[in-house]
Design a protein around this ligand. Sequence first.
Ligand code: ATP
Length: 236
Amino acid sequence: STDAPLLRVKDLAVRYGSAQALFDVSFDLSPNSALAVLGPNGAGKTTLARTLSGLVPSCGGSAEFAGQDLLKLTAPRVRRAGLLHLPEGRGVFPGLTVQENLRMALTADKQARNPGLERAFEIFPVLAERRRQPAGTLSGGEQQMLSLARALMVSPRLVIADEMSLGLSPKAVDIVFASLARARDNGVSVIMIEQFARRALDFADQGLILHRGRSSWSGPAQEAGEELLHRYLGGA
Ligand code: ATP
């Protein structure tokens, strides 16, 4: 496509003190598409997510998001620019109802008249059914769905989902993938950090495999066959 990329990352480098965690990582993400970021433990996946979302400083390279220089923005400004990072862990407030959790995503002045709540319930009917239920009583997959629905309340252009399926049952993992598919159907691009490589690649348009902070493979997701996964991920 001739679309300008929504996100263009070039030669990104990050260090924690004297230890370098990312070396020259580059990729483009088109609008309305999904990227699966894969790699073994310690490869730098979370570091990539945290750097793009303004939580960790870079020491080289560039990242342009919707025409803005992402690496110069603070975390709140990155969010305002339309990039939302869902960190590992669910981050819902278990004692608050589903509806209260969703409302918390909005500033006080917006809460009264924001159509986002009804829209969230349209996208995720399961949450509408459970709107008055404490979030802590939802299943693991439903809690992730709520976490994603809350992120979508502020109409992001890109969501970075870090290990959303971690520790979930197979059925809950299905819910997570279906929820991310819904987000994408609603025009949100997705960077998915995943342990389930095959599933993530089936979902995504593009793949990026990191190994010790370097990109060891990137390309169209459907080109990542079993042999390639075995070579780079040890058959994950
Ligand atoms: P996992 O799949 O285990 O979550 P990951 O691919 O997300 O791993 P990162 O968490 O990005 O990997 O870590 C990349 C490297 O950076 C690792 O060697 C890690 O020990 C190191 N690292 C991460 N965070 C910090 C930090 N705050 N200070 C120092 N080193 C860090």
